[in-house]
Design a protein around this ligand. Structure first.
Ligand SMILES: Cc1cc2nc3c(=O)[nH]c(=O)nc-3n(C[C@H](O)[C@H](O)[C@H](O)COP(=O)(O)OP(=O)(O)OC[C@H]3O[C@@H](n4cnc5c(N)ncnc54)[C@H](O)[C@@H]3O)c2cc1C
Length: 312
């Protein structure tokens, strides 16, 4: 079995950027894509905040170009999913087990993203990008002067709701309980905002779509009385958390309470020497394409330095 210099796990903004850097530095990376080639941005339409595209760019097009750029410099792609990563204490080599086989590597960059949680309603997946999203920063500006809703009751939900008041005519905050679990200051600010209307003890049980298949409303159900009420909204912003995709790393990494990979402060390095993390999988704060790409760049440079240090 060949020993790879660097294996990059994940084919999103972070993984492709790490691949561009490490391949341009002649380390011939192997990139293992997982099931979502191109990552989360392949599930959206227009991206207006990625620098360099003043007219905006379609998410799938941007990701295809990133892949082409990585391959142009010698990145090799493996269309498999990683199921386990281990490190040998004596050889210091990583074994990356996938659905299709096994690889050895001197260093590993993990860029597997974080999956937004949705409600699990039938057909929900098909509405992502059509009036259903988990990112107000990304999609808020598309919904000007129309009513929208945010689902959730934590700090993120309150933050997203406040952000959306800049654009939307009205922001409904739908929460399954009768109190928000956000911090006191966030709760006070949220409830004081005239554009935000909380809808307590309620959950969405169905989405309504127009003739184009875009969301035009939801059906709410009161969690106590069971009563159902339609609510016309043009977009639903889900803010019930994300699941970082890192279970295959076992205890090679430490994680925060929400499961995000902890890094050595100021670096992309993790507690395991030679193992780096980049993008949403290690980022509870920003979760943006450009910040993920930036971390992919930083992880690549750190991996390159590590490889030079160990004599590659
Ligand atoms: C609908 C939507 C719209 C968005 N719009 C914008 C926007 O307009 N602007 C913006 O900046 N951001 C936007 N975002 C956020 C942005 O997409 C993410 O911040 C960014 O994609 C994170 O990049 P990443 O490389 O960290 O992870 P991801 O893009 O999530 O990619 C993760 C990669 O890891 C792979 N993977 C996962 N598990 C495994 C495994 N076990 N083995 C191998 N591979 C694996 C996946 O297949 C995927 O290729 C949007 C997100 C969504 C969902």
């Amino acid at each position: 079995m060949n020993t790879e210099n660097v294996i990059i796990i994940g084919a999103g903004c972070a993984g492709y950027t790490a691949a561009i850097y490490t391949s341009r530095a002649n380390f011939s990376p192997l990139l293992i894509t997982g099931g979502q080639i191109g990552g989360q941005l392949t599930t959206t339409t227009e991206v207006e905040n990625f620098p360099g595209f003043p007219e905006g760019i379609m998410g799938p097009d941007l990701m295809y170009m990133m892949q082409q750029q990585a391959e142009k410099f010698g990145t090799r792609m493996a269309y498999e999913s990683v199921v386990e990563v281990t490190k040998d204490k004596e050889t210091h080599l990583f074994t990356v087990k996938t659905s299709g086989g096994s690889y050895k590597a001197k260093s590993v960059i993990v860029a597997t993203g974080a999956t937004a949680r949705y409600l699990g309603i039938l057909g929900e997946e098909g509405l992502v990008g059509r009036g259903l999203t988990a990112c107000a920063t990304c999609d808020g500006a598309f919904y000007r002067n129309v009513p929208v809703c945010v689902v959730g009751g934590g700090d993120s939900a309150c933050e997203e709701a406040a952000f959306l008041t800049k654009f939307a005519s009205k922001v409904y905050l739908i929460h399954r309980r009768d109190t928000l679990r956000a911090s006191k200051i966030m709760v006070e600010r949220t409830l004081a905002n005239e554009k935000i209307e909380p809808i307590w003890d309620s959950t969405i049980v169905a989405y309504h779509t127009d003739d184009n298949g875009d969301v035009e409303g939801v059906m709410l159900q009161n969690t106590i009385t069971g009563e159902r009420t339609p609510l016309p909204v043009k977009c639903v912003f889900m803010a019930i958390g994300h699941t970082p995709n890192s279970s295959f790393l076992g205890d090679l990494v430490d994680r925060d309470d929400a499961g995000y990979i902890r890094r050595i402060p100021g670096l992309q390095a993790t507690k395991t020497v030679g193992l780096f993390a980049a993008g949403d999988v290690t980022d509870p704060n920003y979760r943006q394409a450009i910040s993920s790409a930036g971390m992919g760049c930083a992880a690549a440079i750190e991996a390159e330095r590590y490889l030079l240090e160990i004599g590659e």
